[in-house]
Design a protein around this ligand. Structure first.
Ligand code: NDP
Length: 447
């Protein structure tokens, strides 16, 4: 049970947002941390901060009609939730996946507010997407969909208003089509209006790598805080998309041995360590399925259809696919197998029950809003480069990313310590992220 004020607000959230379980889950997790600061900050209650924070500033839902390769008209639904602009323009990715609905977009947007605050950069929180499934669609179909999606979305965007980026199902190809249509509709080359762009047209080095790199760096910081490190240890990674690939790369650079990757069809285990080049070729270039890795690697790598990648024993876990992909039972298996650190590359991949298992076992647990903040932080660096018409080197940008991740880690740790919960990164991230946004909202009055 939450305390009575928080419970009252939470009940209102449940009533107003019926049928949105992921959104409820994200709100409840933040509220549980806020219980610790209720008494210290009566002004938050006085100014109605909690209820205002849970209500998006604006929600846009629109029809996305397009014509497939057979000449058949298709209709998808588009979303953009402009959640909170207290710290800067709305910032957050677009997700194209059949599971996308308003509740999913709201959960992601809500998380994004606190994540963006933690980066220390001037960005508000937002999220968007569509139930369009790019899997199996031709480049022409994806282009026509993106053009139709942007034909509506462009009215709501702007360098100082709302700056989308990629997420599941939205990578370099999709951002290219989206930016092209924005440019055509507005007749303006406004590079700072979308991030994750190609390097020749306003993109930033390290943006592609940033989320995965950041999640591995966050794991490294948590391990170092306990006098440990990657040190040749086995690393279990889920997913094989943008986040997973670069979490694998950075974990290797830090001295770990990533031994798994997955997609929605199953997972591969490679006891010799993942061959990243081969995995990139299959997933990034050929857009293939994960079993092809085991087929082509041929040194004992195996493919497991279905099942749980978390059955693979490892010292470090980097869940990097999607929400609620790591259950309580999975967490128990990982703990039984001696996991030391779990750093969430994906958004909310661990269920609340799984997080409780890690906390009770004393596993170092880095929640997504801290651990995967490197992606949006580097998007903000891309915006900085666009605003100054500059392009930074890989080394400089990576140095900025690394420093930001170290700062987020230190902020979470210090905040948790201050609240009498040493080592609790969930509490540290939620409270530190929340306070900055809440204080800015109070400064602006009731808007
Ligand atoms: P991608 O689309 O590049 O990759 C997603 C990966 O996860 C694929 O391997 C996909 O497999 C798998 N996956 C997706 N949905 C499911 C599902 N329902 N069940 C099993 N596997 C699934 O996305 P990203 O790598 O960009 O995003 C991964 C996670 O990281 C998401 O939670 C996202 O919100 C989060 N994130 C991403 C950021 C970024 O910069 N890209 C920033 C911060 C967080 P398949 O191809 O079979 O669907």
């Amino acid at each position: 049970m939450l305390d009575s004020t928080l419970q009252g607000t939470y009940d209102q959230v449940l009533r107003r947002n019926a049928g949105e379980p992921e959104f409820h889950q994200a709100v409840r997790e933040v509220f549980e941390s806020l219980e610790l600061i209720q008494d210290r900050h009566p002004e938050y209650q006085e100014h109605g901060i909690l209820m205002r924070m849970c209500e998006p500033e604006r929600q846009i839902i629109f029809r996305v009609p397009w014509v497939d390769d057979q000449g058949v008209t298709q209709v998808n639904r588009g979303f953009r939730v402009e959640y909170n602009s207290a710290l800067g323009p709305y910032k957050g990715g677009l997700r194209f996946h059949p599971s996308v609905n308003l509740g999913i977009v709201k959960f992601l947007g809500f998380e994004q507010i606190f994540k963006n605050s933690l980066t220390g950069l001037p960005i508000g929180g937002g999220k968007g997407g569509s139930d369009f499934d790019p899997h199996g669609r031709s480049d022409g179909e994806v282009m026509r969909f993106c053009q139709s999606f942007m034909t509506e979305l462009h009215r709501h965007m702007g360098e100082y208003t709302d700056v989308p980026a990629g997420d599941i199902g939205v990578g370099a190809r999709e951002i290219g089509f989206l930016f092209g249509q924005y440019k055509r509709l507005t007749n303006r080359y406004e590079a700072g209006v979308l991030t994750g762009k190609g390097l020749d047209w306003g993109g930033s080095l390290v943006r592609k790598e940033a989320t995965g790199y950041g999640a591995a760096i966050f794991a490294d910081e948590m391990l170092k805080a306990r006098g440990s490190g990657f040190d040749g240890k086995r690393v279990v990674v889920s997913g094989s998309g943008n986040v997973a690939l670069y979490a694998i790369e950075k974990a290797q650079q830090l001295g770990g041995v990533p031994i798994s990757a997955s997609d929605s069809s199953g997972y591969v285990v490679d006891e010799n360590g993942i061959d990243l080049q081969l995995l990139q070729q299959i997933k990034e270039v050929e857009r293939g399925r994960i079993h092809e890795y085991a087929d082509r690697r041929g040194n004992g790598a195996r493919f497991v259809q279905g099942g749980s990648v978390w059955d693979v024993p490892a010292a470090i876990a980097l869940p990097s696919a999607t929400q609620n992909e790591l259950s309580e039972a999975d967490a128990r298996t990982l703990v039984k197998n001696g996991v030391e650190a779990v750093s969430e590359g994906a958004n909310m991949p661990c269920t609340p029950e799984a997080v409780t298992v890690f906390r009770e076992a004393g596993t170092a647990f880095g929640p997504g809003k801290a651990a995967n903040a490197g992606g949006v932080a580097t998007s903000a660096l891309e915006m900085q480069q666009n605003a100054s018409r500059d392009a930074w080197s890989f080394e400089h940008t990576e140095e900025r990313l690394t420093q930001i991740m170290k700062n987020i880690h230190a902020t979470c740790l210090e905040t948790a310590e201050e609240l009498g919960r040493p080592g609790d990164y969930v509490v540290g991230a939620n409270v530190a992220g929340f306070r900055k946004v809440a204080d800015a909202m109070i400064a602006f009055g009731v808007i």
